[in-house]
Design a binder for this molecule. Structure first.
Ligand SMILES: Nc1nc2c(ncn2[C@@H]2O[C@H](COP(=O)(O)OP(=O)(O)OP(=O)(O)O)[C@@H](O)[C@H]2O)c(=O)[nH]1
Length: 891
């Protein structure tokens, strides 16, 4: 990855001219074991192979001694004085710095790449396993030095403080989950939590707002406090808020990587209106390039670049409003000569920025633009308080700026807008380079110094701490300049300008002061670039890795805890599921068996009851008085009706029996239901009376038995008796029947025998005819007399025969048994459904638990890796020491 940054990126490729440095991009790291293995590198646009070779030789020979004057100034420890002094080997020092810078940049780029991977992974994980956002309690951590109510632009990643204030480097305060479920044994993931009531709060105590710096969720909605709001938030909302934070962080990391891999350094020269920004810029260039005026004149951003970036052609590219500048694409800008710059810059509405390509003929150790180390762009901005839009634009641009040079008028000191800008800039930039211009106009210089430095200490304490290097009192107009617009450096307005000799000495002093400031600025841009450019990336990385580590630790705990819980749950569910399945099968068999048994019993009972009822219908006493011969037919009808009614009653009795059996069967099923399914079976209601509601007279309509004359004669009995006495002759038989009533004999045969004995056989022959008549009469009388006895069996037989034809017994038995089956099936089916349902529910629960288990295992593994990798990444970033001097330089 690092090759990308050193071979292809940055501004070098913009030049169409081949550069020596373009060939030297295969290495960017200083070897740990010394400088002998140093290869080549890309160093801005000016370092030649001659420089590299020289650096290597020098390092090989004098590795320990550094560079002549590179020993730190005793008064300014940490601020090397080597750079900028040709006699002290500045180019070599610059090269060393560039190599060291590249090394740090490569490390940071790698770390950013890894942090991006971690964040992308976390975002994916958060989609499938919504992450817990922890609440924490922490020991008081004093906030960094930034003022509490600092106005202006804030940056999320700056809330933990910068590298120098022990913020991210100090061990993070111990986190302790205060309100999440983790401390309880049953901490759950979001998914499982759905099954739990009430859901544990997923975040947040207000402390989290202080603990997390980048992934902190800003929850503000109406009058709701953060805690209230969080409790009202559903877990997925929190996950999506977190997702938004992660995405923003990913974007910011990408832009940070682009920024640090950009080999150029952008120096923004800003300050109050008319403070002398353009004059200072021109003095740095030693050319009057930018228009200066006593009245406000700079209305657009003028970015001054080395002409070599524009094929060594000096010209101005005025960028069209709304266009993104592309030097290759001329449609994005208009070309002007340097002489025409003034008309673009002053009172112009057509452009908001221009690129000014200038040649700097000074040597690389003198020139800022052509410094041999890094491409520098000087951006002259409109005055801060010129108008609100421009002021806002300056505030916004400072994010892409590596170094801020703030020009303040020695006469006016810091205005309100100046203070606001510095507050905002200090949030990201550790240091600000302050130029107090127009110092020549101040009479009481010491007082001015003191007042300004006091103000600086309030605005940027770190800058104040190194004020000797970072705060300069100069007179920019005293520096001789040439180029378009003529030369300056007059010092004519010096109030002390008495005699010429003294004036010259003063002018020389002013130029010296300016050169000192210039050298400090070179050091600041070239050497402290690591701080100005890399420190924000490092700070941000530490903060985001710290947040990720915290989040990972908490979520690892939650995932583990959830894993334990689901494992326990599975242990409970699995045997429950087995027994539920077993119960379902057993109970199903049992209820089938119960139904079959009950139905069989009911069928058999109905069959036997009805069969015997029909069979003995003729024997039953129906309590019907025989009305005599003339009412015999009616008697037969009544008898039939009574018999059928009797049979119908038997059917009703069988139905009652069936009802009782149904009640028993339903109750048995109910008990099984209560036992295996639950209380819903307690409310099972069964109404047996609703069974067999069909009309009971249906049978009378089905059976149609006409009464016949023969029904009144019991031929069977009659013939049996006749056979018994066949030998005594017909006459006797007949005679015997003559007087049955007179002598009170019990049967007509007995009477006939009696008559035979009385009349003798001789006479009998003469009596045959009358005897026969008598016999017929007697038989008829007998038949009539026997009707109440002979009719019932006869009718019963006929009914029985017809019912048999109708298959009455079987069909009724089947009907009743079927009704019972139907009744019993209702609760049985419910019970089966209930059992099936509980098996299904348990099965579903098991499936869900297995799924949660899988997710928790995955989450646990993922977060445990994340804990490790974020920690190791954080250590890697901590090891990038931007304050350490590069190899070969000592403090
Ligand atoms: N005496 C004195 N005058 C200065 C000095 N620097 C700049 N000036 C004068 O101050 C006036 C404004 O200077 P500019 O460089 O145009 O100021 P500026 O900040 O760029 O102005 P705007 O861009 O319009 O905000 C000019 O007339 C300069 O000659 C200085 O050090 N001493």
């Amino acid at each position: 990855m690092s090759e990308d940054y050193f071979s292809g990126k940055g501004k070098a490729p913009m030049s169409s001219e081949p550069r020596e440095s373009d060939d030297k991009s295969d290495s960017n790291n200083l070897p740990a074991d010394g400088p002998s293995n140093i290869k080549s590198m890309t160093v801005g646009n000016g370092l030649t192979s001659r420089h590299i070779a020289h650096v290597q030789n020098m390092l090989n020979n004098e590795y320990d001694s550094g560079y002549g004057g590179s020993i730190a100034d005793a008064d300014h420890p940490g601020m090397s004085s080597a750079v900028g002094s040709p006699q002290h080997g500045q180019p070599q020092s610059g090269a060393i710095h560039q190599m060291w810078y590249n090394q740090q940049m490569a490390s940071l780029s790698r770390s950013i790449g890894k942090a991006l991977e971690l964040l992308k992974g976390l975002r994916e994980m958060n989609e499938s396993w919504p992450a817990h956002y922890p609440s924490v309690q922490r020991a008081d951590v004093s906030s960094p030095e930034r003022p509490q109510s600092r106005p202006g632009l804030g940056h999320a990643y700056s809330t933990m403080g910068d590298v120098d204030n022990n913020g991210p480097e100090a061990p993070p305060p111990q986190l302790r989950r205060a309100m999440t479920s983790l401390e309880a044994n049953d901490a759950e993931s979001s998914r499982a939590a759905e099954n739990r009531v009430p859901e544990p709060p997923r975040l947040v105590t207000p402390q989290i707002a202080q603990e997390f710096s980048i992934l902190k969720l800003d929850l503000k909605l109406g009058a709701l406090s953060q805690v209230e709001l969080v409790h009202s938030l559903e877990k997925n909302s929190i996950a999506s808020l977190l997702d938004g934070k992660i995405s923003t962080s990913i974007k910011h990391l990408i832009s940070l990587r682009d920024r640090i891999s950009d080999t150029a350094s952008k120096v923004l020269i800003t300050g109050d209106l008319n403070a002398g920004k353009s004059t200072f810029c021109n003095a740095l260039l030693r050319r009057k390039v930018l228009p200066e005026d006593q009245q406000p004149c700079t209305s657009i951003f003028c970015e001054v670049l080395d002409a070599r970036e524009n094929s060594n052609v000096e010209e101005v590219h005025a960028v069209h409003n709304g266009s993104v500048y592309d030097r290759i694409d001329e449609s994005t800008y208009d070309v002007y000569s340097l002489q025409e710059l003034e008309k673009i810059v002053v009172d112009n509405d057509k452009y908001t920025q221009c690129k000014v390509y200038v040649k700097d003929s000074r040597t690389i150790d003198e020139s800022l633009l052509n410094n041999g180390v890094v491409d520098i762009a000087l951006i002259d901005a409109p005055g801060l308080n010129s108008d609100t839009t421009k002021t806002t634009a300056i505030f916004a641009r400072q994010e892409e700026i590596d170094v801020v040079v703030f020009v303040v008028s020695a006469a006016n000191h810091f205005t309100q807008s100046a203070k606001e800008f510095i507050w905002a800039a200090a949030a990201e930039k550790a240091y600000i380079f302050i130029v107090v211009n127009g110092y020549d106009t101040i009479r009481d210089k010491e007082r001015c110094k003191k007042l300004v430095l006091d103000q600086v200490s309030g605005l940027s304490p770190r800058t104040h701490k190194e004020s000797d290097e970072l705060v300069h009192f100069v007179s920019s107009n005293a520096v001789p300049v040439g180029g378009p617009g003529g030369s300056g450096g007059d010092g004519d307005d010096d109030p002390d300008d008495g005699d010429k000799g003294k004036g010259k000495a003063d002018a020389a002093d002013k130029v010296r002061d300016f050169e000192a400031a210039e050298q400090s600025l070179r050091r600041f841009v070239l050497e402290k670039r690591a701080r100005s450019k890399l420190a924000p990336a490092r700070t941000y990385l530490l903060n985001i890795l710290n947040d990720v580590h915290t989040l990972a630790s908490v979520n690892y705990g939650v995932a583990q805890s959830e894993l334990d819980r689901v494992r326990r749950e599975l242990k409970e569910i699995e045997p429950q599921l087995d027994s539920s399945r077993k119960a379902r099968n057993e109970v199903s068999d049992q209820i089938d068996h119960n139904i079959e048994e009950t139905c069989k019993e009911v069928y058999d009972n109905t069959r036997s009851e009805l069969t015997s009822s029909i069979e003995y219908a003729g024997n039953y006493s129906y309590d019907l008085p025989y009305p005599g011969l003339f009412g015999a037919f009616q008697y037969a009808e009544d008898l039939k009706a009574a018999m059928l009614s009797h049979i119908t009653q038997t059917v009703a009795k069988c139905e009652d029996f069936a009802r009782a059996k149904s009640v028993q069967g339903v109750n048995a099923t109910k008990q099984l239901g209560i036992l295996h399914v639950g209380d819903e079976f307690k409310n099972l209601k069964f109404l047996p009376d609703v069974m067999f509601q069909r009309k009971k007279d249906a049978l009378a309509r089905q059976v149609d038995i006409p009464t016949e004359l023969w029904d009144f004669v019991d031929w069977t009995t009659l013939l049996q008796r006749q056979e018994k006495f066949a030998g005594t002759g017909m006459a006797l038989t007949v005679a015997g029947a003559v007087v049955p009533r007179m002598i009170g004999m019990s049967s007509w045969v007995d009477q006939a025998l009696m008559a035979t004995r009385l009349v003798g056989s001789g006479n009998l022959r003469t009596l045959v005819i009358p005897g026969l008549l008598v016999a017929v009469f007697a038989a008829s009388a007998y038949v009539v007399q026997q009707i109440p006895n002979s009719l019932p069996p006869r009718l019963a037989n006929k009914i029985s025969a017809q019912l048999a034809e109708l298959d009455y017994v079987h069909s009724n038995s089947t009907r009743i048994a079927t009704a019972v089956r139907r009744v019993l099936r209702v609760p049985a089916d419910n019970l089966r459904v209930g059992l099936e349902q509980s098996v299904k529910e348990l099965g579903d629960r098991r499936e869900e638990t297995i799924k949660v288990k899988g997710e928790s295992e995955r989450a646990s593994k993922y977060f445990s890796n994340l804990v490790r990798s974020s920690e190791s990444q954080r250590n890697d970033v901590l090891a990038i020491d931007l304050d350490a001097l590069p190899h070969g330089q000592v403090q």
